[in-house]
Design a protein around this ligand. Structure first.
Ligand code: UD1
Length: 373
């Protein structure tokens, strides 16, 4: 096999946990002479130190070869900047494969550019669907999956969704969850958050809260209502709320009114997982966090009506609460009564997903001249 070049695309915080183990496995293969090389391309979608550089440092991800500096902007502005700049890069030197992860703006933007320039696209975490097209992520998933050539999946449901949409079985590689690879790899390195002692936190005496979905946070009134409702039910325990930059713009003075709500800056990966692992429960509108709580067996209350990760509800610790505040009160009571369901681990969420991905890249996808020329 001649030397093959892979572009690895990462742009937003949840991407970094997904690429770290893939890069680490690729590096191992390169060291022992595999005819493969990669360019790490950071789109710059997330650019604050706490949303990006801290993750690179803690997860041992090498510095990106290129940064597209797409920065802030509307969805269209970000998409346009990423597409134009990635196209320039490919024009200078094309790669053999573009590997995208997850469902963020960067995932969709780069997959379109690569595909139009006749570069094959591999999508990690392919096939998951919330069936809620009001979420930008769902559109990113649908677009990316409609043009990808190779699909690395995390669940049987994802495999079924892809088959139903016309993808051939031979294009699907059921490998597991690279975010969970990172969780396993880092669990011995977790760090107590700097406020742990000052806030008198100890095992199971606090909740963790994260919110960043436009439907929950892009209005001061809605956000304030959600926060007040949560604090009504958490019985004087502290609620630790690492605030996403998008959310901070709409916080107003709500936090000052709620004495047990502790706001922090976005936390580094190792601090955040430490906090989750020791929490009484997590309340969130994130999809990725419901995977982590499932593996850590921590109750997860999701403030959304749908999930693209049904296994976290079916066999994990996740429950969909939507914005039904009666359901929220009832769910938090069950957390206090310790009657929350226990999780089983989904298939292949075993810390070896990235190993499988790199195996398929080397032994199937990149080696076959019929597939990648
Ligand atoms: C993005 C992803 C979402 C993911 C989330 C995790 C999309 C469509 N959404 O949403 O799937 O769960 O990241 O964090 O890609 N901002 C900063 N500093 C930063 C990054 C963003 O101030 O480092 C600001 C931006 O300027 C913008 C807002 O936060 O005003 C939203 O950022 P954006 O990247 O558009 O989407 P997220 O809401 O972070």
């Amino acid at each position: 096999m001649s030397l093959k070049l892979i572009d690895i695309i990462a742009g937003a915080r949840p991407n970094f946990m997904k690429i770290a183990p893939i890069i680490s496995e690729l590096e191992k293969e390169i060291k022992i002479g595999a005819p493969i090389n990669y360019r790490l391309i950071h789109t710059g979608q997330h650019y604050d130190k706490k949303m990006s550089a801290d993750f690179f440092n803690q997860l041992g991800i090498p510095l990106p070869h290129f940064n597209l500096d797409s920065g802030s902007g509307t969805q269209a502005e970000q998409t346009a900047k990423i597409m134009t700049r990635y196209e320039e890069l490919i024009n200078i030197k094309p790669s053999n494969l573009c590997l995208v992860v997850g469902d963020v703006t960067s995932t969709m933007a780069c997959s379109i550019v690569a595909k139009k320039m006749n570069i094959k696209v591999a999508h990690v975490e392919a096939g998951i669907r919330s069936y809620d097209q009001s979420m930008p992520e769902e559109i990113n998933r649908i677009v990316t999956d409609s043009i990808s050539d190779f699909y690395f999946t995390t669940s049987k449901t994802a495999n079924k969704n892809l088959i139903h949409s016309g993808v051939k079985k031979s294009q699907i590689f059921f490998v597991g969850n690279t975010m969970i690879d990172t969780l396993f790899a880092q669990r011995k390195n977790l760090i107590k958050p700097h406020f742990w002692d000052n806030e008198s936190l100890s095992n199971s005496n606090y909740f963790v809260l994260t919110l960043h979905r436009p439907s929950n946070v892009d209005s001061e009134i809605q956000l304030s209502k959600i926060l007040s409702e949560i604090l009504k039910h958490t019985r004087d325990l502290k609620v630790i709320f690492p605030v996403h930059p998008r959310t901070s713009k709409f916080l107003g003075d709500t936090a000052a009114r709620l004495s047990n709500l502790i706001l922090t800056e976005p936390l580094s990966y190792l601090e955040f997982i430490f906090l989750v692992k020791n929490a009484k429960a997590v309340i969130t509108d994130s999809g990725g966090i419901s995977e982590e709580t499932t593996v850590l067996n921590i109750p997860c209350l999701t403030l959304r009506n749908s999930t693209e990760r049904p296994e976290t509800c079916d066999i994990g610790t996740n429950e969909l609460i939507g914005n039904d505040f009666n359901l929220l009160g009832n769910a938090i009571s069950r957390v206090f009564e310790k009657t929350w369901k226990k999780a089983r681990k989904p298939k292949y969420w075993d810390g070896k997903a990235a190993k499988r991905i790199v195996y398929y890249l080397l032994n199937d996808i990149l080696i076959d001249n019929k597939i990648v020329k």
